[in-house]
Design a protein around this ligand. Structure first.
Ligand code: SF4
Length: 458
């Protein structure tokens, strides 16, 4: 019997990776809780979360229009890409016109979404990730396993081996030395860079400013060397002004890594505004399915600030790791966003919304107060109505027939006592075997509770 792809991935997951992901996720969740409690003793940031949600509840189009005008006024060339292919072509065209050969990248999930690196490399352009986590996975041709901590699944000895293999430094797994070695390696790359490509944590509409939050200062190093800056972001990253930014910056790092703030916050308000900054700047607003989501019942997911708190807290993510989700966005965010972004290919990801226990922990920690479990349920419903097939659905067919007909349910429930006499604990194979392996069934009572409720309920 078929099992879900995500379960299959988990079965074969290296125990070392599992342990690393679990430990890092639990650590981040605990750090988040502590810092929010310390910063907002009365309500652990509840009011701020509500405010963040309210700010993102309206004004999408106005913000985008204002941002367009302000950015252009600041000397930024603004482009709109309808999908990943168009965004990639735009970036390549800019690079080709300038005969650029070296690109440095500031960490950006949007560039992962459009698979920019492999595209530029196939065109003969050298692309280097300047965020340490991203650099680590780039060296081994790996993919990020987490949106904030891309190398969450890697251990320091693995990293030291990679550094040795790619000639960055001799084997040394001291974390401080790993960082210093990466720094030395990247310095040369900054000097040689023609173009810097970044994402945007936020775009301030009124000011026409791109905000970049990093912990390593790599954004400003990248800007110092390159002549051209290209920032690419989903249009949902636009917020009204610097005033609202305060709300988001107070939540972002606390939710993501348990820091009060990210170490560096760069405000880029057009080309040449800082000493040694790029002489020209582009902002590409990416749609890639977002406007379809904005006009649907799933619009709340666009409020995401990419903090990763939901995946850190998710019991499924902690067990399976980010790669199990087969897409750029893992965890509770990914099981909603990835199928929605897939558009016509949504059926290929129809199993993802099933990778959820509906425990609600993600919604409790989400700084944007996105009702993730509600969106998961809605998406399951949408996929079901569309007739999407998910492995294992067939095994639940008898249950679904029973549970969706009150008449049959009433008839059958007194018979459930029979299950108490079946040797279920000896089941070893198939869906039942897997189910029983990690669960103890309660004693079935043939509808006693219903009888009690009928007699005593009001
Ligand atoms: S859905 Fe919420 S918790 Fe998850 S990454 Fe986005 S903002 Fe963070």
């Amino acid at each position: 019997m078929a099992i879900q792809p995500i379960d299959k991935f988990c079965e074969n997951l290296n125990p070392r990776v599992k342990a690393a992901v679990h430990a890092a996720s639990v650590g981040s969740t605990n750090a988040r809780a502590q810092i929010l409690k310390k910063a907002y003793p009365a309500d652990s940031g509840e009011k701020l979360r509500a405010l963040a949600n309210a700010i993102r509840s309206s004004g999408w189009t106005e913000n985008l229009e204002t941002a367009y005008e302000s950015l252009e006024r600041n000397g930024v060339k603004v482009l709109f890409a309808k999908d990943a292919a168009e965004a990639r072509s735009m970036i390549y065209e800019i690079a080709a016109k300038r005969s650029a050969k070296n690109v440095v990248k500031v960490k950006s999930m949007t560039t992962e979404e459009i698979e920019l690196n492999s595209f530029l490399i196939s065109k003969g352009i050298d692309v280097v990730e300047t965020d340490l986590g991203e650099l680590i996975i780039q060296l081994d041709g790996d993919k990020p396993s987490h949106i904030v901590k891309p190398a969450i699944h890697r251990r320091r000895d693995d990293i030291a081996k990679s550094f040795e293999k790619f000639g960055i430094a001799a084997y040394d797994d001291n974390p401080e030395h790993i960082t210093l070695n990466a720094r030395k390696y990247l310095r040369k790359k900054y000097f040689n860079a023609d173009i810097v490509v970044s994402g945007a944590n936020y775009i301030l509409a009124r000011e026409g400013t791109v905000v970049l939050a990093t912990n390593e200062g790599n954004a400003r190093f990248s800007m110092a060397g390159a002549k051209t800056h290209i920032a690419i972001a989903g249009f949902e990253k636009t917020i009204p002004s610097a005033r609202e930014l305060a709300v988001f910056l107070n939540l972002l790092a606390r939710s993501a890594t348990g820091q009060n703030y990210t170490v560096y916050t760069d405000f880029v308000s057009g080309p040449g505004t800082a000493k040694n900054s790029p002489e020209e700047m582009f902002v590409i607003f990416l749609d890639n399915g977002r406007s379809r989501i904005l006009g649907s019942e799933f619009a709340d997911i666009l409020k995401c600030m990419r903090c990763g708190a939901c995946m850190n807290r998710c019991p499924v993510f902690r067990l399976v790791s980010g790669h199990a989700y087969r897409t750029v966005y893992p965890g509770p965010l990914g099981i909603v966003l990835s199928p929605l972004l897939a558009g016509g290919d949504i059926d290929k990801l129809a199993d993802l919304p099933k990778a959820c226990t509906l425990c609600g922990a993600c919604a409790d920690v989400c700084p944007a107060k996105i009702p993730l479990p509600d969106l998961v349920l809605k998406l399951r419903d949408t996929l079901k109505r569309n007739g999407a097939k998910v492995p294992n659905d067939i095994n639940f067919l008898p249950w679904s027939l029973l549970a969706s007909s009150p008449k049959i349910w009433r008839l059958v429930i007194p018979l459930n006592k029979i299950a108490n006499f079946l040797p279920l604990k000896f089941a070893r194979f198939g869906t039942l075997g897997r189910w029983i392996k990690s669960r103890t069934l309660p004693k079935l009572r043939g509808g006693e509770f219903r009888k009690w409720l009928k007699k005593n309920g009001r």
